[in-house]
Design a protein around this ligand. Structure first.
Ligand code: AMP
Ligand code: MG
Length: 487
């Protein structure tokens, strides 16, 4: 265990120099206070959880103090936003405080979001509000607990600093952890500004630090791009299998590591809806739930374009061609497991598609359906779940196929089935209305609900005593909440 002042820094990105980032000091928040901390994330830095309760913790992560070896930097990048190219973005309100090593030799970027103005703030105020900081914190940690690759979050610090959005709110900071904060948009920036030397330096930095195994390959950059394609296919398959809608899949929000990154108006599906759009500024549904799959490919193509100085176009195209089949394979594998199947049959894809269509038509709760399906034998479960469907004949036909398929899958006891299915079908997910309740309490100074929700979501597959209210369908008011983009 380390004390807060014992973190070991090695700021490799900062060393790339001023063409890549700018030195900026955080602007402190007024009356910083701890809203919520992730003990699991504290452990990644070997920090004693008790340290979070000390005043110096809120001062460090509220922008008042810095470690002697921290080198706060605002990174420059660009990116395609809603399909159009924005030539200069960058950290407009976040700072890479530095890179820290833990005792296991892993290194983590400490990134403070909401840290004040930077040269890249454009028209913004450099701040983040409490509600969006809580949402980002909960989402990172909840996705990780579900087994979905994500950036992590150490804590949220609240304050009295006034911040104007549609109304006056209060400023907050969230401390984000990731092995790297390089985005697709970093590569696009150096490609489109025609800075070949820095572009190469960036590529070498990412390759050597984050894809060292690719350096053994005959074409290291191609091997790295293939790996990025594979990781994205797997990450997006997990989003689709668990009903996660990112909401702003711009290339500046896509991590070079293939982890879920930069949370805005994201949502988990309540009722299954393939066309769900969680971002209310997304008028055309570019980032709707089902569009996430082709957009994943679109984003990888944008990255491929920015990698043309290092990799031949034919090789890039071939690597891009891996995305869809890999996505399909991962998705189908997960969905089979969610259905309790251990073997593969050709018609499984159809079985999944038919079920989703029925769920869509009847507005069935996506998470609870799968959880309940594993509660008992296939025959008993489908009988009980039947009431949730409007098209009873359609559901009965599906249920017959499903029961037959389960039988062909092989013998297993009800207890085995339950254990196997509950291990992949969460009972608790970050429903928008749950986040909303926790935010409303936090905005009036009560942080207990955010902390409880975080705790519940850290073990999503385990039924937790007394936590039934977190495993319910949303009440009417909580069904179609519009999440503001102004964060
Ligand atoms: P996002 O949509 O949050 O991924 O942000 C897109 C770009 O806008 C990034 O360059 C952000 O740093 C910047 N940005 C978003 N909100 C603010 C803000 N309040 N102040 C300054 N820059 C911001
Ligand atoms: Mg962003």
């Amino acid at each position: 265990m380390k004390a807060l002042d014992e973190l070991t820094f090695d700021n490799r990105f900062a060393r790339l120099g001023d063409a890549f980032s700018t030195h900026v000091l955080p602007e402190p928040l007024d009356e910083p206070r701890l809203v919520v901390v992730s003990n699991a994330a504290m452990a990644l830095l070997d920090l004693d959880p008790a340290a979070a309760e000390t005043p110096v913790f809120a001062e460090l992560f509220g922008g008042h103090k810095l470690w002697a070896h921290a080198q706060p930097r605002a990174m420059v990048y660009s990116g395609h936003q809603f399909g159009g190219y924005s030539p200069q973005l960058g950290d407009g309100r976040g700072l890479l405080l530095g890179e820290v090593y833990n005792e296991a030799g892993e290194h983590w970027d400490l990134h403070l979001k909401g840290a004040g103005l930077t040269p890249y703030s454009r028209m913004g105020d450099g701040r983040a509000v409490l509600r969006s900081s809580i949402r980002e914190f909960l989402a990172c940690e909840a996705l990780h607990a579900l087994g979905i690759p994500s950036s992590r979050a150490l804590c949220v610090i609240g304050s009295d600093t006034p911040v104007w959005r549609e109304k006056q709110e209060r400023g907050a900071m969230v401390l984000r952890l990731a092995h790297s904060h390089v985005r697709f948009g970093h590569f696009e920036y150096f490609y489109y500004t025609k800075k070949p030397e820095q572009h190469k330096e960036l590529a070498e930095h990412v390759l050597s630090l984050h894809y060292p195994e690719c350096m053994e390959q005959p074409e290291p950059y191609l091997a790295m791009f293939r790996e990025i394609v594979e990781r994205n296919a797997e990450m997006i398959a997990k989003w689709q299998a668990y009903g996660f809608c990112h909401g702003v899949m711009n290339t500046d929000n896509m991590s070079i590591l293939g982890i879920t990154f930069d949370f805005g108006p994201f949502a988990f599906l309540d009722d299954f809806d393939a066309h769900f759009i969680c971002n209310h500024s997304d008028h055309e549904g570019r980032y709707s739930f089902s569009n996430q799959v082709p957009i994943g490919q679109w984003n990888l193509s944008a990255l491929a374009q920015a990698l043309t100085p290092f990799i031949s176009v034919d090789a890039l195209k071939e690597a891009l061609g891996l995305y869809l089949p890999l996505y399909q394979a991962h998705y189908l594998d997960l969905m089979r497991r969610r259905l309790g199947l251990t073997t593969a049959e050709d018609d499984d894809q159809k079985l999944v598609e038919q079920l989703l269509k029925l769920m869509q038509n009847s507005g069935v709760d996506y998470t609870l359906f799968f959880r309940r399906l594993g509660d008992e034998s296939a025959a008993l479960a489908v009988t009980r779940l039947r009431d949730d469907f409007v098209d009873l004949a359609g559901f009965d036909a599906w249920a017959e196929q499903y029961k037959a398929r389960v039988e062909r899958d092989g013998e297993c006891s009800e207890a085995q089935r339950r254990e196997r299915m509950h291990a992949v079908n969460p009972l608790y997910i970050l429903r928008n209305y749950l986040a909303q309740n926790a935010i409303a309490a936090a905005e009036s100074g009560d942080y207990s609900e955010v902390r409880r929700l975080h705790e519940v979501l850290s073990k999503p597959f385990e039924e937790q005593l007394g936590m039934e209210q977190y495993a319910q369908r949303p009440p009417d008011w909580g069904k179609h909440l519009e999440i503001s983009c102004s964060s």
